[in-house]
Ligand binder design. Structure first.
Ligand code: HPA
Length: 233
């Protein structure tokens, strides 16, 4: 079996898939955390790997940037490859003064400025949420590891460069903790497929505060997030 975007054969992808935006991050995770690794996808360089993490079979695959991209890959994983859960591992810009660069955000819900939901012709507004099961496990795991983390809503935007200079402040005013570009479509696809999804984000930049980090600090935060994702997978 394969799709226009994924050349994996049925059975080559594990029931749980970790999804960073960047396919080279997927490669890094496979090389640094997994054993007995097999590459299952190279189409468009959207690299996908399956391997063993402490006796658990786990896959990791890039999603690309934005909702059209994660929409395609997550749809195919849920509907054509029997994937049960996708855990997005990404980065975001912080929208709250109590949140700092390198903190973790466990995404509970996602707002959006995209029309992704319109395909379902719902008679209202869809609220896109993480799987409570995965979210609860992630919270417990972050507490055990004593990590700095926040749980809440984010804005999943179609725009990295927004023409309205105040758009971030408007989303912040209704409590969004961060801005990213994928979670709404991922959560909606999971709901429609009756499967699970969740997003873990590291804060890579701050929209209102000037904050710097070193590459070493960023690397450490990325490892913390990866360990949480692998433990809840
Ligand atoms: N906007 C959208 N996506 C992002 C950002 C941002 O500022 N930072 C990291 N991902």
């Amino acid at each position: 079996m394969n799709t226009p975007h994924n050349e994996a054969k049925k059975g080559e992808i594990a029931p749980v898939v970790l999804m960073p935006g960047d396919p080279l991050r997927a490669k890094y995770v496979a090389e640094h955390y997994l054993k007995d690794v097999k590459v299952f996808n190279t189409v468009r360089n959207m690299l996908g790997y399956t391997g063993d993490y402490q006796g658990k079979r786990v896959s990791v695959m890039g999603s690309g940037m934005g909702m059209p991209s994660i929409g395609i890959y997550s749809h195919e994983l849920y509907h054509f490859y029997d994937v049960d859960a996708i855990i997005r591992i990404g980065s975001c810009g912080a929208l709250n003064e109590n949140i700092h660069v390198r903190d973790l955000i466990l995404v509970q819900g996602a707002c959006t400025d995209s029309r992704y939901a319109s395909q379902f012709e719902l008679p209202g507004t869809y609220s896109a949420i993480s799987s409570f099961d995965l979210l609860e496990k992630a919270v417990n795991c972050c507490r055990e590891k004593d990590l700095r983390f926040h749980v809440g809503n984010v804005i999943a935007s179609d725009f990295f460069y927004h023409a309205d200079a105040n758009s971030a402040e408007k989303w912040a005013s209704v409590g969004c903790l961060g801005v990213e570009m994928e979670s709404y479509a991922l959560f909606m696809n999971a709901a429609y497929a009756k499967k699970k999804a969740m997003t873990l984000l590291t804060v890579s930049d701050h929209l209102f505060l000037k904050e710097d980090t070193t590459p070493q600090e960023r690397e450490k935060t990325f490892h913390d997030m990866m360990e949480v994702a692998l433990e809840i997978a």
